[in-house]
Design a protein around this ligand. Structure first.
Ligand SMILES: [Zn+2]
Length: 428
């Protein structure tokens, strides 16, 4: 995933969103979304005069509280809604927003194949909090032409026929999750479903038949089992994967999107499973255990990359693992030659360069490999499991990971973290 959105610091937000309920009308030929979203939120420890949200390029048509119109302002992708009176500390209320827009990113319309899907920036289709440390539950309804299939985060509820002939598809995400892992995909999909233990695995694509989909995603169950074992946390609910027109790969809550081109590549060469494993790994590292701020983004991306290599080692053997390690090392050495190597923890993540991404994604994974070497498999995996279990459903910073690994190792790892996580030292 890739975000360059500046975020409100947790300390200045002043409120906690508890629940979003949104209904979206999606006009694929026009590339337009029209929505109504109700946010239930609670004021923190001080009275709250206004609600400050990310709202991308959306045009806000109205804001109401208990049926009364509220004043609002929009600037620089943010929406400020003045409450009818300051919400007292600890109290809850609801605000309903009506809006529309033709977002330039975050909501992708592939009109040539009658498809629409989200790409990370949830505030481009629903005014919300983009910051990763804000978790809330979600009810989502999508209104679409009747011939389309749709998949989204959360548990599917029965859909209903609208008077105008369209269909309203509905979902309920009952576990509070960060907003950036909300999303959906809709199109004239072919669909395959497989049972895997207590979970059902759903696959969607426009271009692939159900047997092809089963072939592309054949390793999914094994990936989920492997990561669940390493995390010490079972996978909950259904897992859905869709091949969409264009994307780099995207993890959402219980739903991952990859491109049709990637699906084709896996059909041609069934060993090309890295991207699929990366997105599946995010179901634990990224979605359930989430970096508290993008400065600690390596806790999402370095982990997903490292866990991908660990799964490849399990599924395809040592050489596949070592190949990834060599790849990371080469990338980090190249950064050092250019003088663009940096500490894994960033002072901010507002305008990351391609090299900054390499630090987070590739160096992050390499550092986990080096820590595994330093501690040995038994201690490393025990520590990683304890870290994942302790922070399930929570936001984390690098110190949380250090603490869990030190507890497993029974010693301070300060020199290792100083060198590799907070500093730019060490022989790669
Ligand atoms: Zn990722």
């Amino acid at each position: 995933m890739a975000l360059a959105t500046p975020v409100f610091a947790a300390s200045t937000r002043g409120f906690d969103v508890l629940h979003y309920a949104a209904t979206l009308d999606l006009d694929i030929p026009a590339g337009e979304v029209r929505g109504e979203a109700t946010l239930r939120f609670r004021a923190d420890e001080a009275p709250l005069p206004r609600l400050l949200l990310d709202s991308g390029e959306l045009v806000i048509d109205s804001a109401t509280q208990n049926g009364k119109a509220l004043a609002f302002e929009r600037a620089d992708g943010k929406l400020s809604v003045t409450l009818s009176e300051p919400l007292r500390a600890g109290a809850e209320t609801r605000v309903t927003l009506r809006y529309h827009g033709k977002p330039g990113h975050g909501l992708e319309f592939a009109a040539e194949r009658n498809e629409v899907y989200t790409i990370f920036s949830t505030s481009q289709w629903m005014p919300s909090v983009d910051a990763p440390d804000e978790r809330a539950t979600l009810e989502l309804a999508l209104r679409l032409p009747k011939q389309l299939q749709a998949t989204a985060v959360g548990q599917a509820l029965p859909s209903r026929r609208l008077e105008d002939g369209r269909v309203e598809h509905r979902w309920h995400l009952r576990t509070a999750m960060p907003g950036y892992v909300y999303g959906f995909a809709a199109g004239p999909y072919q669909h395959a479903v497989q049972s895997h233990g207590r979970n059902r695995l759903h696959y969607y694509a426009v271009d692939r038949s159900p047997p092809e989909l089963r072939q592309v995603f054949a390793a999914t169950g094994d990936m989920l089992d492997f990561f669940a074992g390493r995390a010490g946390l079972a996978y909950e609910g259904d897992y859905q994967q869709a091949l969409v027109a264009r994307t780099i790969g995207q993890e959402m809550a219980g739903l991952s999107l990859m491109s049709e081109t990637y699906g084709e590549r896996v059909l041609d060469d069934p060993t090309q499973l890295g991207l699929m494993a990366h997105e599946a790994a995010h179901q634990w590292w990224g979605n359930r255990v989430t970096c508290a701020g993008w400065e600690h983004f390596w806790l999402n991306e370095g982990f997903a990359n490292f866990m991908t290599a660990a799964w490849l080692q399990h599924a395809q053997g040592e050489e596949a693992y070592q190949q990834m390690v060599t790849g990371w090392r080469t990338r980090v050495l190249a950064l050092r030659e250019k003088g663009t190597d940096r500490a894994l923890v960033f002072p901010d993540w507002n305008k990351p360069s391609a090299d900054d991404r390499t630090v987070v994604y590739q160096k992050g994974a390499l550092v986990l490999h080096l820590l595994r070497q330093e501690l040995g498999d038994e201690v490393f995996w025990r520590g990683l499991r304890a870290y994942t279990q302790a922070h399930d459903g929570r936001s984390v910073v690098s110190a949380d990971f250090q603490q869990a690994m030190e507890a497993a190792a029974g010693r301070s790892l300060q020199p290792f973290f100083e060198m590799w996580v907070y500093g730019v030292g060490g022989e790669v």
